[in-house]
Design a protein. Structure first.
Length: 336
């Protein structure tokens, strides 16, 4: 082969990347430049960064991501820790119930009667806000709060359903133990809250099936919102007062509006029964079952799952943008 023909052969082959391995492929841009054109350079895919916060503070987006993470973390805790923390949470609920019934529930007139708005306010304002504050500060694990947390985690795909059921079953049992022990303590100690607990329990047992269920939905939702507001306070580096303020309004609203909460009912029924209230077991079981179902809907489905979806990333935020050609780069003579 003549030298000139050999050069032409190598030039054509290297243009197709058929010789010299990677060297041939890497020579192509230089050959295209010699022909008078340029090659198309693919633009790198740049990850899109979305702003999650405003004015340096945690937004609702951040708060719900924190709720998801906390729900996932709690499902990984050992059974012993979960049981201990939930018993402590039940004791906290009992402490708030003692204060609630001993002051707001002992004003002389049943707070649930018409024209007793002031009594309902005192019943809600003093007592149960203490419970949720103590649960938040001590790191206890209450069943109703966990409903919202695992609802958020399940919606985000951060925990399995079976893990969530395990967490809820353990903390439900633990809270039952803690609240009933506190109810028995109040009755045996003959505290001022003991007798009002009888009247409060009888009022709750008079509710119809639908009333108990729907009141449970409202109570669960407000408790879940209290956890959300407390988390927002923590994420924004708030102090104890900020946490309490975030908890106080929704918890006061839930109690003053006479919504239902299964854990609070554990306490009231135990205190009333040990005090000689003579409550029917079947009526108590029905109330607990219905209020628990309502709490699951309000806290788990609405406060946890639905609000997490509403405050989650849009589909457009979850997609990685495709690389687009750089308009400033000229194409080669053959469009390559």
């Amino acid at each position: 082969m003549q030298p000139a023909s050999a050069c032409l052969f190598l030039l054509a082959a290297s243009t197709r990347g058929e010789v010299l391995g990677d060297k041939g492929a890497s020579a192509r841009p230089r050959l295209m430049a010699l022909r008078g054109g340029t090659t198309q350079v693919e633009a790198p895919t740049v990850p899109v960064t979305y702003v999650r916060t405003y004015a340096g503070r945690a937004s609702a987006f951040d708060v719900f991501r924190a709720l998801e993470d906390e729900g996932q973390r709690r499902t990984t805790e050992s059974t012993g820790k979960l049981l201990s923390k939930s018993i402590a949470a039940g004791v906290c609920v009992g402490l708030g119930g003692t204060l609630c019934a001993g002051i707001g529930g002992d004003l002389g007139t049943p707070f649930w009667e018409a024209g007793q708005g002031a009594a309902r306010f005192f019943f809600g304002a003093i007592g149960y806000p203490l419970s949720i504050t103590l649960v938040a500060i001590t790191g206890s694990s209450a069943f109703t709060g966990n409903l919202g947390l695992v609802g958020a985690a399940i919606r985000a795909g951060k925990c399995e359903l079976l893990a969530a059921v395990r967490l809820l079953a353990i903390t439900y049992a633990g809270c039952f133990i803690g609240t009933t022990l506190m109810g028995a303590l109040v009755a045996l100690a003959a505290l001022p809250a003991a007798k009002p607990c009888i009247a409060i329990s009888l009022h709750k047992l008079e509710l119809t099936v639908l009333q108990t269920l729907l009141r449970g939905v409202g109570g669960g939702l407000l408790i879940s919102l209290a956890i959300t507001m407390a988390t927002s306070a923590v994420r924004n580096e708030g102090g104890l007062f900020d946490i309490f303020a975030g908890i106080w309004l929704p918890i006061m609203t839930y109690v003053a509006c006479d919504y239902e909460h299964c854990l609070a009912n554990f306490f009231f029924f135990a205190a009333a029964q040990v005090s000689g209230g003579g409550l029917e077991l079947s009526s108590m079981v029905r109330n607990i079952a219905l209020s628990t179902a309502g709490n699951i809907i309000g806290a788990g489905l609405v406060g946890g799952w639905l609000l997490t979806w509403a405050n989650g990333p849009d589909d457009s935020m979850e997609k990685t943008p495709e690389a687009q050609p750089d308009p400033t780069v000229k194409r080669g003579r053959w469009g390559r």
